[in-house]
Design a protein around this ligand. Sequence first.
Ligand code: ATP
Ligand code: MG
Length: 284
Amino acid sequence: MEAVRDLYWDEVENLVQNNICVLGTGTHGTAYLVRWGGETAVLKVAHKSHAVRSFWQETEALLRLDGAGGAPRVTGFCNDPPAILQEFKGLVTLEDILNQLHDERETRYNLIEVGLRIGEQLEDFHRSGLIHNDLKRDNILVNGSPSNPQVSIIDVGLACYSHENIRCNSDPNKFPWMAPEVCLGQESTRASDTYSYGVLLSKLAVKAPGYHPDVFALALQATEYNPYHRISLPNLLHRLRGLLRHNQVNVTQHPIQVVMPQPRYILPPMPRPTQYLVSLYQVN
Ligand SMILES: Nc1ncnc2c1ncn2[C@@H]1O[C@H](COP(=O)(O)OP(=O)(O)OP(=O)(O)O)[C@@H](O)[C@H]1O
Ligand SMILES: [Mg+2]
């Protein structure tokens, strides 16, 4: 793990003014592609100066991960304006792929295979003891050739340790990729990220050519409302590997898109609160 360099405001200003391009703007900051020490890097600058605490927490999480799950390694940090200088993990987000905003002729990925890689990176991420809490399409970058896709999980701004609580108090309907227990201010566990992964997997199964009922069935088990009833990530990945091995999920051969309605199971009805709290208490 390398030391994080203190960045001064004029260095940040200089990097922003001479940016190569804006990679994206999210809820908390804008990410610029910049040149640093002869290489490309990403400078994420907060929208607001009082975000310094959350930006430092994000930096600590990235240091803890030390590249696990493909997370970017950190080079520098600035207090004012809050900014994180980090490794560049590529141009194409999963969102771009699903919206076909990338060059499809060169990168016709097997979406189910990409889904497996995302799950494997999430498992690696969890080995650090951290829970991501915000696993969604624009927080995943995909690189490499169709035969060997490389996946990076980015944006650890909401990450916490397993069984910690990020004190969220939001309507789960507004954040459909987040586990309901996280939205409702309960503790985060690996099962919480498994829920978000299930949401992603169902979307990938919709977008992949052909029809994939077995993959949907796995996504369904991952998006059980009660975290205690969800399939574990290792078990899900084991089964997904089996499906891919037996070639039950055909991929890029037939570029015909089967448009299916969004599965309804992603947001199941709320159970009675007491039942729900008992099951949360039991979750590992
Ligand atoms: N290390 C990186 N390498 C490549 N692109 C990146 C990197 N970090 C951020 N980006 C790009 O910038 C976008 C916004 O960054 P990020 O997700 O970290 O910001 P945010 O404000 O926390 O977003 P959110 O709205 O998800 O909370 C990403 O979706 C991605 O396209
Ligand atoms: Mg983001």
